[in-house]
Design a protein around this ligand. Sequence first.
Ligand SMILES: CC(C)(COP(=O)(O)OP(=O)(O)OC[C@H]1O[C@@H](n2cnc3c(N)ncnc32)[C@H](O)[C@@H]1OP(=O)(O)O)[C@@H](O)C(=O)NCCC(=O)NCCS
Length: 171
Amino acid sequence: MSELRFEAAAPDGPAALPADWRRIHNLIIPTAPLSAADVRERAGRNRLVVAYLGATAVGCSTVRPPAGNPAAATVIARILPEFRRRGHGHRLYQHALATAREMGADEIDTVVLAANADGLIFARHHGFVEIERYVLPGDTIPFVDLRLAVKKPDGGPDRGPHPAGPPGPPG
Ligand SMILES: CC(C)(COP(=O)(O)OP(=O)(O)OC[C@H]1O[C@@H](n2cnc3c(N)ncnc32)[C@H](O)[C@@H]1OP(=O)(O)O)[C@@H](O)C(=O)NCCC(=O)NCCS
């Protein structure tokens, strides 16, 4: 099995990358599908990455840059169901977490569709605690906002809810 490879889906990059990112996002979050234009717009303000095994796109991630005080970034990893439980999610999450830290994040949030049992287990396993559940207008399945409760590698303090508010729905 080849190594997992990470490629940024940048607005000015090859069109296949945002297309792969979008396909994986929409398969995993069918209740909030994104159009190609939505993905282009998000690629301009967030760091979107596609994870490949050889030529096969197996996952995608989103890092929303830090905002607020303390600076909270949102990190979301997604792996297609048929490629799960092989450590790919952990590697993709670590890659996204490193990006968020490089961007200056003091806090890390994530958001999981409540129907994604694997996502909730994974997030809790990685030290996230639930802070809020909400149903978007027109939806029936709640999103769950979670915050990383463990200390930063440099020993920074644990903090409660940040003034910028919860991370909001995925994408
Ligand atoms: C979350 C997600 C990315 C995990 O992908 P993955 O490739 O299966 O993750 P890994 O194989 O690296 O799992 C790492 C650990 O998380 C835990 N874990 C993950 N899924 C689990 C499950 N269904 N049941 C129990 N433990 C689980 C395990 O401890 C696992 O280690 P192990 O397999 O050695 O026991 C994937 O399930 C997914 O895309 N879910 C939907 C999207 C989502 O909700 N993302 C938010 C998370 S930030």
